[in-house]
Design a protein around this ligand. Sequence first.
Ligand code: 2IT
Length: 450
Amino acid sequence: MNQYLLDVLKDVENKHAGQPEFVQTVQEVFKSVEPLVDIHPEYEKADILGRMVEPERMFTFRVVWMDDNGKYHTNRGWRCQFNGALGPYKGGLRFQKNVNESIIKFLGFEQVYKNALTGLPIGGGKGGSDFDPAGKSDAEILRFCQSYMTALYRYIGPDVDVPAGDMGVGKREIGYLFGQYRRLKGVWENGVLTGKGLSYGGSLIRPEATGYGAVYYLQEVLKHEGDTIEGKRIGVSGFGNVAWGIMKKAAQLGAKVTYVSGPDGYFYDPDGVITNEKLAFIEWMRANDPMHCKPYADKYGVKFVPGTKFWGTADVDVYMPSAIQNDVTLKWAEKILDSGVRYYIEVANMPTTNEALELLRSSKKLIVAPSKAVNAGGVGVSALEMSQNSERLVWSAEEVDSQLHRMMINIHDTSAKTAEEFGLGYDLVSGANIAGFQKVATAMLEQGIF
Ligand code: 2IT
């Protein structure tokens, strides 16, 4: 391995031994970019790799909120402003009880290269809290969001750092966060957050963007293989916002999601989650019972299998892990390989462990597409929301959707072309990592040392 790269990697492994998710993503990206680092000795001189693994700025803050009984609670908030070479820091907020520094940093690191791939002027950042939204009343969510923004508002802004949603943060939370930002600043700066409601600067298609983008990307992969999306059966893990967007777009294009898993097990709907009624029920489950997908099976009289995942056993054409990091471990990857499925399209951020990913990629038996390319449509449309806010105009759904579609075609083609240039064949994982990394590295070099 390239000695410089190895040294930086060793340093990260030693320094951050207690941050497994962060170390995992650095290992994955660094392994891919080795051929790029080999031909760019100036990276070592400017210590580009050393800089890439050190956030420009990262901070924690106390978030105190009062529950409905008048009791106080203290949570921890984070914001990681990882890399601003391409634009204002941009990335979501995750509210989930197991969030920690490692998870925020892994998400921030991924975000840097993902955002570069969109082709839009956004740097990478991420934030969140170990606050558990499960079972909280609306008033409790409101008070938490207000406290969170009170701690954060000084450090963000439309040209500084633009948070959005991630797990546990949707339109409601963004609304409460924005209301508090506006109250504290006393200015109209709606470009400070994305994923807003439509009445105050949100973008049409933003809720659907991540899922729609993932399906557009899948279409390009299929095209490359001389295949089409019509009739394809898809298995997704998760039934959150991203999975919902996949179900909707797949249905529009004549494909169908037939397997869906949740924390409680999975269901199999041979007709697919394709009708408006079923899609609305998925939205209802996400809002009201996010730990269980069994209610769908009960309502529509389809098969439910408790306590397990369907990887490798589902009779589908495409797997799209869309739930959470490290969903697919080595054991599941072995089953996926044995099943003979042709397409493994990552959607959630880092849904595959490194050893599972290595097994799937090296087998050459299936096409593996990486999440930082596949799910980039979400943040891509966030950047389009920022554009609309800057020009104080509202674009039509058709306009946003067509820009999203073009963006996804471009991300796929850039990744494929980059891999080709490096003699790697149709390697979408390396292609995305190298293309994203190179763009950020070039901007850092041209901006000098700081
Ligand atoms: O992981 C992601 O790309 C997101 N949660 C979306 C971030 C954004 O700024 O829209």
